[in-house]
Design a protein around this ligand. Structure first.
Ligand code: AMP
Ligand code: GLY
Length: 423
């Protein structure tokens, strides 16, 4: 098969690496890709939002399956555009990607179908939001309705902060049109777990669990980022939690979407919080997590192409997912200053250390070729993943491997996976 992957980050690198192992994959393209992805795929200079050019390319190259890695094109309706042209594509249609694209939609869905989540109200008018905040208890959580690169969530400890937050989201439009609407939500506490799943419209197959570290600095301090590191599995995702989620969250979400006339095909990423009252859904995403994919896919035994095809064809009930009985840790190497301001264009050295080393992977998040050299090209630069027999072993291996590569202004958190010591 000829396969096209759309995206350019560490997640797409992990997808490309996994697809490359499938005997079904004869030729892989990635648009636009990056310098790491280029090892497995021919990178083509077409942006993920250039739907017409992507369609033309897919037709010209007779692509058998296109895999959409990123949220923006999914929410923008790329799947509908491909399907209208008779092209096979993996990912939810626009009317299903709204599960990630609108927090108000997903909260209303959960309320309507009794899926456990934080109590909330939705606002179109900043004045009404301000009025509501007068009597609300603090802390409280404000969420811009639309996509905001994972940064549209504000946790406010005081009323002043919350009022300021309403202004920045709804009036000053800090996150653009994503802030035309806002969800104000009850603040919850507990451990967070990411659970990814494959869905074919009716059937859902859960992957192994993972945990992300969203804050920029050690000890979960600093600003929210796209993710500074992950580990898998989460020791806090117990059998009891799994049973609860299977009974109250996973299939219920898939059935709810089907009942709304929005059958979901693709990846549903459940962002869960394990509260004292039980697991609650924090958010849904309509694609693999980044950097969750970088720890989940290296542990997956299945041929990913077969699984993706089963989602597209509606035959996922015939697939059994299998994961290795091991663990993985991914440490993100970023450019100092991420997620606010950072320099690009520094040479990345030491990538050759990963060649032919089983159980060690360097997934590129932001890199490009500069002549023969590979240079940094983003805030998150690399995700170094290592496997181990257990989480401690994987963590030691990941930090060892993180020291094999170097670039100016390299920064990483020192405590990825530290939570496992508390398990
Ligand atoms: P989201 O994009 O909705 O997952 O939110 C980003 C992050 O904000 C989550 O990973 C949590 O750490 C935090 N968060 C979101 N909603 C809540 C909530 N209701 N209570 C506490 N923390 C939250
Ligand atoms: N790592 C969180 C996300 O991909 O949204």
């Amino acid at each position: 098969m000829k396969i096209l992957i759309v995206g350019s980050g560490g997640r797409e690198h992990a997808i490309a690496w996994k697809v490359a192992q499938s005997p079904k994959a004869e030729k892989i393209y990635c648009a636009p890709g990056n310098a790491g992805i280029a090892e497995y795929a021919e990178c083509v200079d077409i942006g993920a939002m250039e739907f017409d050019r992507l369609v033309t390319f897919a037709k010209e190259k007779q692509i058998d399956l296109t895999i959409i890695g990123m949220d923006d094109p999914l929410v923008g309706g790329i799947v509908d555009v491909f399907e209208a042209e008779g092209l096979r594509v993996f990912g939810p249609a626009k009317n299903a990607a709204i599960l990630e694209g609108s927090k108000a939609f997903s909260k209303d869905l959960m309320k309507k179908y009794g899926i456990p989540t934080a109590a909330y109200e939705t606002f179109d008018d900043p004045e009404k939001a301000i009025e509501y905040l007068k009597d609300a208890s603090m802390p409280i959580v404000l969420k811009a309705d639309g996509l905001a690169l994972g940064k549209g969530v504000l946790i406010c400890n005081t009323r002043e902060e919350a009022l300021e937050g309403v202004k920045s989201i709804m009036t000053d439009k800090k996150f653009g049109d994503a802030g035309n609407r806002m969800v104000i939500e009850e603040f919850m506490t507990g451990r967070e777990v990411s659970v990814l799943s494959f869905v074919d419209g009716r059937t859902i197959r859960i992957m192994t669990s993972a945990q992300d570290h969203k804050r920029a600095l050690d000890g979960d301090q600093g600003l929210n980022t796209g993710g500074m590191g992950t580990f898998s599995p989460s020791p806090f995702y117990t059998e009891e939690v799994d049973a609860f989620c299977k009974a109250h969250i996973y299939q219920k979400t898939v059935d709810a979407m089907a009942a709304e006339g929005r059958p979901f095909k693709g990846i549903i990423f459940f962002g869960l919080m394990l509260t004292e009252k039980g697991p609650r859904v924090l958010e849904y995403n309509a694609r693999f997590g980044d950097p969750e994919a970088q720890v989940v896919l290296p542990r997956m035994k299945n041929d990913i192409v077969e699984v993706l095809e089963a989602c597209v064809d509606g035959t996922l009930d015939q697939v059994r997912l299998e994961f290795e009985d091991n663990a993985a840790v991914c440490v993100v190497l970023a450019s100092k200053g991420y997620p606010v301001q950072y320099e690009k264009g520094y040479e990345i050295r030491g990538l050759e250390h990963f060649k032919n080393k089983e159980g060690y992977y360097v997934f590129h998040a932001g890199s490009r070729f500069d002549g023969d050299r590979i240079v940094t090209n983003g805030g998150r630069v690399l995700g170094v993943t290592a496997l181990g027999k257990d989480l401690k072993d994987a963590r030691a291996n990941a930090y060892k491997a993180a020291s094999w590569v170097d670039f100016d202004n390299k920064y990483c958190r020192g405590d990825i996976g530290k939570a496992i010591d508390e398990a």
